[in-house]
Design a protein around this ligand. Sequence first.
Ligand code: SF4
Length: 468
Amino acid sequence: MTLLARLRDWERRTRPVDEEFRAAMARRWEGLPDIVKTPGQVLGRHGVGCEGTHGVFPRCNLACTPCYHSRDANKVAVDGPHTIENVRAQMGLLRTLRGPRAHAQLIGGEVSLLDPDDHAETLQVMRDAGREPMSFTHGDVDDDYLERLVLGKDGKKRFDRVSFAAHFDMQMYGRRGIARPPDEKSLDPYRQRFAQQVKRLKQAYGVSSFLAHNMTVTPANLDQVAHVVRSAGRMGYGMLSFQPAAFLGDDRRWHGEYRDTTGDAVWAEIERGAGNRVDFRVFEHGDVRCNRTAYGAFVGERWHPVLDGSDPRDLRVRDAFFEVLGSISFTGPPKREVAAQVARAVAAHPSSVPLALGWAVRAVRRVGARELVRSGVKPVTLVMHSFMDAADVAPAWELMQQGVVSDDPHQRSVQERLQACHYAMAHPEDGSIVPACVQHSVLDPLENAQLRTLLPLVEVRSRRYAER
Ligand code: SF4
């Protein structure tokens, strides 16, 4: 490539606004129900939402209560080529319909049952489609697996960065060393171990990482949420996501009055662990009845928000963020490209500089300069994702398929949430995109029954890992 061609390429890659991405966000905004078009809405202003895979490796080697997979899930063999082929098709459709960039979760049953080479190839397929992938795991994995995932056969690293969402809670049975956890606290060493295993990839091989921690909340562990916020929040998990249990998936694994655990009760526990009020209206991802999100950081014992929702000056900073930096993806592209995009965006909006400086001064004052220096900053995003019950989703979705807006207030609220869904799954066979609630409530049972025939447990085509 000539010098001129290189400069042109650099100029293109560091543009703060990608027109295709902006058009995709505009379409997303257009499709949102009015009820979620709030000043803090992120969809359509800084992204199109999350995506996830389905129908690829539904099997898991732990047992969760509840489990969102259908009852046939554990009768399907894990098959690398099937996964790669189907993820490629799903990501291709998402790329076409939802634009050039998004976060996507490589999710099914347990991702580490995939051969590490197949897992790596799947992550690359996702990246090639403009998706920033995150692998979902129970975290009960060996160093050897993680090494084989990030290193190619030549021993060289094949990724600069990997992301995992690790699910830990006391209602998962069969974890090595702690088959039936008595409480959440007893899982802390396992949470810590996985965080250290992933961190080690940086020290040993130069592979950076992002870690999220997931936990299902039921009446049995609700009062332990605060403990998990405090403990996992200091282990290196950059996101703590709590899911109030829903009546979804395998009904043999429903063991509780899940609806006794309200979103407000879970959020109150999150605030107890954070040691602070946690405002989930500053930034909204879709419908707040589905998702509550708050960006911030632990400084010492206390979590602090990035922006204070009660301060109009901070809300102006949020609005400026959407306007000036909304089209920039902060994860995915190399850091130097992101830095150049930000610099160009700020140069085009010089009035954003005093706004940012004012915010920085207020943020330091709020936390305390001495405390900042003494304790350092641990960025942690707090999230609650509330799946809906299958019994609510199925009829509401059926009406939506017929173009009918329900008169029933409850069913209407379900339809609004589905329309604003933040977590989408693709069906290349008919070109549709569906909310994950619909996938798990309506489509998974038939899909897994078909997979059971296609990939019976006895036939395992992917044996590369075992043979290495
Ligand atoms: S509709 Fe379901 S999958 Fe989508 S964001 Fe709401 S709870 Fe999540």
